[in-house]
Write a protein that binds this ligand. Structure first.
Ligand code: PLP
Length: 396
């Protein structure tokens, strides 16, 4: 099997798995306990926090461990919205192609607290325009939330410039960096980020663990009430094996970054070159400002679900977009946001590679995919109409 769905989740690395097993066996104490078993766990927890902070360029006390990306996004947004409301600010700026953990939280808060939300356009290339962001900020704006890199089309946003603008305008800046951490150089302090979400299972760590980084001075909203864990802002006995495995995975990812990026770029560029030779296909999102392992394509006259099933039958595991929306018949909100019409957005394919993929994998994909597309078109009534001229082609 060729696994090309690393934006959905990654396999835990051997190193992370070993760390997890060892910690589950030997560091099983409760860090809140006063005895030695508890205090050993506490020491390991605080050491992990310091290592995490060093990797992200933040302070250890700015790190709050959570259950993953979704929880971090929820907490980040509520933190900024609550802080804003106290100062009479009720406006939030985000983008049309955020993860649903951000978009649905904003929708919830529109209803719950009558906040006003502006979603920025991401244009055909899948990139936010900083000038449009600057113009959208008003004196009522409490929060700007723009993802670091998109999980479907992989486009990397101008985070440093956005951070500058938000600092200048004194608006809190949250970035969902779940797809970026472990792959790109993320610099919390240097990029003037106030709130940052990350998730371990996207960089070969375990599932169900992540972090929210909160700038000193910003008081996190308590999403989960109870004990005094995480500086009293996130209750629940800490998932120490998960946290230690996450930090191990991130250290490995940061150390191997250069080498992995070069490898991924050669795989990605080969895939894009070869697969866009398929007639009536197109790459989704900017080719340059994109994650090194992300390829997202549209094929006209194809139904994405059938494409995935046939690829799976041929040993290739991919996705049509976000794992969260597969199974629903709605086309991807990300592809609609970059202007793909419904019928084209339905025929999308996302291949997301990790350092574990090889050029042989890419060769096999380049051999099988064109055959599968041709076969599906041969049995497609939509394609028949396009060929006969009854319907018009959209992609060149
Ligand atoms: C995967 C993902 C999430 C959700 O993270 P979980 O740890 O699975 O809750 C949020 N945002 C982005 C961009 C993601 O890719």
């Amino acid at each position: 099997m060729i696994y090309a769905d690393n934006a959905a989740t990654t396999r835990m690395s051997e190193n992370a798995l070993r760390t997890y097993m060892n910690a589950a066996g030997s560091l099983w104490g409760n860090p809140s306990s006063l005895h030695i078993t508890g205090q050993n766990a506490k020491a390991a927890l605080e050491e992990a926090r310091a290592r995490m902070a060093a990797l992200l360029h933040c302070e250890p006390r700015e790190v709050y461990f959570t259950s993953g990306g979704s929880e971090s996004d929820n907490q980040a947004i509520r933190t900024a919205v609550m802080a804003g409301l106290k100062k009479g600010k009720n406006h939030v700026i985000s983008t049309r192609f955020e993860h649903h953990a951000v978009l649905h939280t904003l929708q919830q808060l529109e209803k719950e607290l009558s906040i006003r939300v502006t979603l920025l356009d991401v244009h055909e290339d899948g990139l936010v325009r900083v000038e449009e962001l600057r113009e959208a900020i008003t004196p009522e704006t409490a929060l700007v939330s723009v993802m670091y890199a998109n999980n479907e089309i992989g486009t990397i946003q101008p985070i440093r410039e956005i951070g500058e603008i938000c600092a200048e305008k004194k608006v809190l800046f949250h970035t969902d960096a779940v797809q970026a951490v472990g792959i790109l150089d993320v610099d919390f302090a240097g990029e003037k980020i106030d709130l940052l979400s990350l998730s371990a299972h996207k960089f070969h760590g375990p599932k169900g663990v992540g972090a929210l980084i909160v700038k000193r001075g910003v008081v996190p909203y308590t999403l989960i009430s109870g004990g005094a864990q995480e500086r009293g802002k996130r209750a629940g006995t800490e998932n120490l094996p998960g946290i230690l495995a996450m930090v191990t995975a991130l250290e490995d990812a940061v150390r191997e970054k250069e080498e992995k990026t070069a490898h991924l770029l050669s795989l990605r560029e080969t895939l894009i070159d070869r697969l866009t030779e398929i007639p009536y296909s197109a790459l989704n999102g900017d080719r340059k400002n994109r994650l090194p392992g992300n390829v997202n394509l549209c094929f006209e006259g194809i139904e994405g679900e059938s494409l995935l099933l046939l690829l799976d039958a041929n040993g290739i595991e991919a996705s049509s977009g976000s794992a969260c929306t597969s199974g629903s018949l709605d086309p991807s909100h990300v592809l609609l946001a970059i202007g793909r019409p419904h019928e084209v957005a339905h025929g999308s394919l996302r291949l997301t590679l990790s350092g574990e993929n090889t050029m042989e994998d890419v060769e096999k994909i380049c051999e099988i995919l064109p055959q599968v597309v041709e076969y599906l078109r041969s049995i497609s009534p939509v394609w028949k109409d396009l060929e006969s001229g009854k319907a018009k082609h959209i992609l060149g």
